[in-house]
Design a protein around this ligand. Structure first.
Ligand code: BG6
Length: 513
């Protein structure tokens, strides 16, 4: 094994986190996500000695690919996308246990062949091997894959034991409440909930996990975390990139389905949920569901709680870029939003009256994901200059999820000098400065967690439905309105005016992070 300097993330991890012998089967093995994220994640877990000694990787896909060619594809993916260079020792060990099975997702005999392939692996090593099925295909084949996992007996393998079969399901999990419910119904017909790992890769991000630690391990925050002290919360997931080559997918999806329903809603749930009774996965997920259910239905239509827009041509990174309607694969009449903003009210004891603003979009000014908690201003009696407007900044605690992962707090400070004048200053903590920068990627953590059967960072069936319940009426109203009410924003800007109006209603403005 490679000489792997231990990242603080890993310290003390392996001793209580040993995964049983495991075979990871990737459905959609020649897909983009497999190359960019899954294979590099498995490789880096191997590099850090976090894979079990008996670890196997099986690619499954429609295209017939010889084992050797699949191994070459995997090595190329590591070279191109892994955070670490390809180390021959680590790779040789992994490559020796990497193979490929070809077959259609709706062909039961292909799944019987897969079952035989897994049985042969077990026979070779003389031990039971936990199967971890990773569904990383287009959603149109989720259903047949699940049914064939059931029909071939693979879904039930070792059920009830710690090394029972597990299934990881990529997003998108449905397109609306009905389809998500139907998918959950199929899942429940072949699997038990503890076998299911619905992925939202934002939950694997280091800063997102730190959110719970910051909230519940620091006594200075928790007493203030409510309507008495917090004025508003802004959650931003901004991207600089456009739709690129994913126009075909994106046209059918749009920002609300692609980012808001899952990633930003998860950030909201973790920010606003009640303290769980323990760190048990179910305890945390129970609190998230409760929170999602407490969000009031949104007011739709003009002047309501939602804004949507498409990017127009503009400048990004000093380069002129086309508008969404001019991108490859996009209909010139497209009614798909590339930006969405929501104003939410949470109808519970802790949050009544505190607006939560969510926004996400492509081709915004820069790539940044953050949660900004704005505290109420202190009474304006002491520091106002005579005749001048009282101008203290509100204390803002912001969790910067990416890039430059960290935490900052804005405080009002006296400007040195003979007069008492104030200025907001920023107190910052950066993970890279304190802990070094080679942090594991979200997918490493998530693949490892699924292997050891820890569902904390995955989404439960009722959670996804609670979020869809909130988002589906928005999608329906947009579908009915077509392009009417679709705003635009210049590529490289911070979004449309209609989103500014959404927060201005409460005398707020969006942060420019
Ligand atoms: C994915 C979306 O879930 O998240 C993409 O489908 C988006 O459209 C991506 O670009 C953003 O992820 P990250 O980790 O780069 O913020």
């Amino acid at each position: 094994m490679a000489d792997s300097p231990r990242h603080p993330f890993l310290q003390g991890l392996s001793k209580h986190r040993g995964a049983p012998p495991t075979v990871v089967v990737i459905f959609g093995a020649s897909g983009d996500l497999t190359a960019r994220k899954l294979i590099p994640a498995v490789y880096n877990l191997g590099y850090d000695n976090l894979l079990p000694a008996d670890f196997f990787l099986v690619g499954f896909g429609r295209k017939p690919i010889p084992d050797e060619e699949f191994r070459t594809m995997a090595a190329d993916a590591i070279k191109e996308f892994s955070r670490r260079e390809l180390n021959q020792d680590v790779w040789s060990r992994l490559a020796a246990n990497t193979s490929y099975v070809a077959g259609g997702y709706d062909e039961k005999p292909a799944f019987d062949r897969l079952a035989a392939h897994l049985a042969a692996i077990e026979k070779k090593i003389g031990r039971e091997v936990q199967p971890l099925f990773y569904i990383s295909t287009p959603p149109s084949v989720f259903d047949p894959i699940l049914r064939n996992l059931g029909a071939s007996g693979l879904a039930a393998k070792y059920r009830g034991s710690p090394h029972q079969a597990k299934v990881v399901i990529e997003k998108p999990f449905g397109r609306d409440l009905d389809s998500a419910h139907a998918l959950n119904t199929t899942i429940r017909s072949v699997l038990e909930e503890p076998q299911v790992y619905r992925i939202d890769h934002y939950l694997g991000k280091e800063t997102v996990q730190d959110l719970l630690v910051q909230r519940f391990a620091n006594s200075i925050f928790e007493p203030l975390w409510n309507r008495n002290f917090i004025e508003s919360v802004q959650i931003t997931v901004a991207e600089e990139v456009g739709v690129g080559t994913r126009g075909g997918y994106y046209e059918q999806s749009g920002c609300l389905r692609d980012m808001i329903q899952n990633h930003t809603m998860q950030l909201l749930a973790l920010t606003a949920m009640e303290p769980p009774v323990s760190l048990d996965p179910e305890a945390i997920r129970d609190e998230k569901v409760k929170l999602l259910k407490a969000i009031q239905p949104l007011v739709l239509g003009p002047g309501g709680d939602v804004a949507r827009a498409q990017y127009a041509a503009g400048m990004t990174g000093g380069k002129a870029v086309p508008g969404y309607l001019q991108e490859e694969g996009i209909s010139p009449q497209s009614a798909t939003e590339t930006y969405a903003a929501l104003r939410l009210s949470i109808n519970n004891w802790r949050w009544q009256g505190v607006p939560f603003y969510l926004r996400s979009g492509k081709r915004l000014a820069r790539r940044v994901s953050e949660i900004a908690v704005n505290f109420k201003r202190p009474p304006g009696t002491l520091f106002a200059e005579e005749g001048a407007r009282f101008d203290l900044a509100s204390n803002t605690l912001s969790f910067q999820i990416q890039p430059d992962e960290g935490l900052s707090l804005i405080l009002n400070t006296k400007i040195p000098g003979l007069e008492t004048r104030t200025q907001p200053v920023k107190m910052s903590f950066r993970y890279a400065t304190t802990f070094g920068s080679n942090t594991p990627e979200a997918y490493e953590r998530l693949v490892l967690d699924a292997m050891i059967g820890d569902g904390t960072l995955f989404i439960r069936g009722d959670e996804t439905e609670a979020s869809w319940k909130l988002c589906t009426p928005i999608l329906q109203s947009w579908a009915a309105a077509g392009r009417t009410g679709m705003d635009t924003y210049a590529a490289g800007s911070w979004g449309p005016l209609s989103a500014d109006a959404l927060v201005a209603k409460n005398n707020h403005v969006w942060r420019q992070p």
